[in-house]
Design a protein around this ligand. Sequence first.
Ligand code: BGC
Length: 249
Amino acid sequence: MRQVGCGIDIGGSGVKGALVDLGTGEFIGERVRIPTPMPATPEAVAGVCREIIDALEVEPGTPVGVSFPAPIIHGTVPFMANLDQSWVGVNVDVLMTKTLDRPCHTLNDADAAGLAEVAFGAAKGVSGTVIVTTLGTGIGSAVIVDGTLVPNVELGHLEIDGHDAEKRASSAQKELQDLSWKKWAKRLQRYYSHVEMLFSPDLFVVGGGISKKHEKFLPLLDLRTPIVPAALLNTAGIVGAAYAASRLS
Ligand code: BGC
């Protein structure tokens, strides 16, 4: 019988949710997207998550996973880089479980993407250390060793040449600073060679919306480690969250 999960991905511009086939990692039916409320306070965002659950008509017994753009330590947000600061100290599991009226499990967005890539995507069956990075507003990172996630590794905030890495090399910075592919790739080169030196990974997987255009920048990088685009693109957060929640229920 098909095992069904539900994932919600909270982002800076949109909150997205879908039912997920946990055997294949594919969506069942349509994805629902609602713009992130402004200000993006915990109550307002949790309310939007509730609307999504209602729109998807999620069965009461279906576990709900929530992907969130900050580290999540046993449910709680220790710091917040790119969403409203009022999230700091909030236990997102408790808030979501109450607002959605069912058990919810929250995890970091890049960790969710990483789990999805290992279970269904570009890192499936890869042994050793896999580092999944998501290039977007910030840089998210997931470290997975022989299939096991090391949660909350924040490689987007490595300090490189005196800068917070994501403030130089995220795809949002490419846009903001109007960088050519070549100029941006130079920054990515600096970033990935530093991470490579620190971790000696077996594989890099690059996600985030911009990975759709991977042929514009991945070939410009010169690394020892193989580097490949993510397979799940914009579904990874939802799928990974649904998958993580199902493993806990
Ligand atoms: C946050 C990470 C998050 C990443 C991508 C960073 O600024 O600190 O937790 O995974 O952005 O959203």
